[in-house]
Structures are given as structure tokens and as C-alpha cells.
Write a protein that binds this ligand. Structure first.
Ligand SMILES: CC(C)(COP(=O)(O)OP(=O)(O)OC[C@H]1O[C@@H](n2cnc3c(N)ncnc32)[C@H](O)[C@@H]1OP(=O)(O)O)[C@@H](O)C(=O)NCCC(=O)NCCS
Length: 142
């Protein structure tokens, strides 16, 4: 059975949060439910896509654009479903969304501790960017 990629729907919340936890994407300073709500409140510039297999959410990617570049977040596949092309398919869907938005480039952040995923992105044609990211919270951080 093949993966069906579709926009996140109301009933997906617990499955998506469980997927993110299983993929070690949830950190103390990012509340997943708030991140989902924020993404869904900006439908013109952001989307959360899920991959469904036999009625079960097994993959996700959050995609957005800031008026200049496209960004990917929360890419995950269920640990039991890896190596089947689902990650590649989710990235392709997100890239398609960005192309439709007129974005010329896609970027993403990889935590320094997440060395395993770098080979995956390189396989999909991504390269390390020689930049230093700087950041500042605009609300009280956790
Ligand atoms: C990264 C992740 C989404 C990959 O999902 P996946 O469904 O196993 O990936 P795919 O099966 O689509 O793999 C696509 C290609 O990448 C390769 N690949 C997958 N993981 C790889 C790795 N760690 N290193 C090198 N290549 C890798 C596959 O062999 C495949 O190659 P091919 O299509 O040329 O045969 C999954 O491992 C995951 O959820 N990781 C935890 C969450 C995470 O780190 N997300 C990214 C945060 S920045």
C-alpha cells in the first residue's frame, strides 16, 4: 500500500504528536500542540502535511515560507516505517508546496546532535550551508 500525503486534519493531533515524540523531535522549548496551532493559523504561508498508510499517520512535515525562502520543520517518519521512501516523499511534497508559492530555495535546521539525519538530506540533494544561525525569543521562552 502506498503513502497518501494530505494536509493535517483536526483528528490527527494525538497521532502527529506521538509521531514527533517517537522521532525525538519534541524539545522542552517547543510545545508541539502550540506549534501545530501556530502553523494552522497561517494557512497562506505555512502547512502541515501528514503521510497516511492504511489509515494511520506515519509521516509528517511542516513547511512554510517567510516571503524570501522556504523552510522545513518536523520532518518525521514512524520508526517502524523507515527506509521505505516515505521521508523522501514528504520532502518532495513540501518542496512542491514551496514551488507553488514561488519560493526559489528551501532551507532547514538540523540540531548539532542529530548527525544521523545529515546523510538523508545529502541523499536528497541538500548541502550544508556555511552560515551561523542567530536567534532571539520574541516571547517568554520555556
Ligand atoms: C530522516 C527520516 C525522516 C528519514 O525517513 P525515511 O522514511 O527512513 O527516509 P527514506 O526511506 O525516504 O530515505 C530516502 C533516502 O535517504 C536515504 N537515507 C535515509 N536515512 C539516511 C541516513 N541516516 N543517512 C544516509 N542516507 C539515508 C535512504 O537510503 C534513501 O535513499 P534512496 O532513496 O536513494 O534509496 C527519518 O529517519 C526520521 O524520521 N528521523 C527522525 C526525525 C528527524 O531527524 N527528522 C529531521 C529533523 S531535521
Amino acid at each position: 500500500m502506498s503513502l497518501t500525503i494530505r494536509p493535517y486534519a483536526d483528528g490527527d493531533r494525538s497521532a502527529v504528536v506521538a509521531l514527533w515524540r517517537a522521532a525525538n523531535l519534541v524539545v522542552p522549548w517547543n510545545d508541539p500542540e502550540s506549534d501545530i496551532a501556530l502553523c494552522r493559523s497561517k494557512p497562506a504561508t505555512a502547512a502541515l502535511l501528514v503521510g497516511e498508510l492504511e489509515g494511520r499517520v506515519v509521516a509528517s512535515v511542516m513547511v512554510g515560507q517567510d516571503g524570501h525562502r522556504g523552510w522545513l520543520y518536523y520532518l518525521a517518519t514512524d520508526p517502524d516505517c523507515r527506509g521505505r521512501g516515505f521521508g523522501r516523499a514528504m520532502v518532495a511534497a513540501a518542496e512542491g508546496w514551496l514551488v507553488a508559492q514561488g519560493m526559489p530555495k528551501v532551507q532547514l535546521l538540523v540540531r548539532e546532535t542529530n548527525t544521523a539525519v545529515q546523510g538523508f538530506y545529502e541523499r536528497l540533494g541538500y548541502a550544508r550551508s556555511p552560515v551561523t544561525m542567530m536567534q532571539k525569543w520574541l516571547r517568554n521562552s520555556a
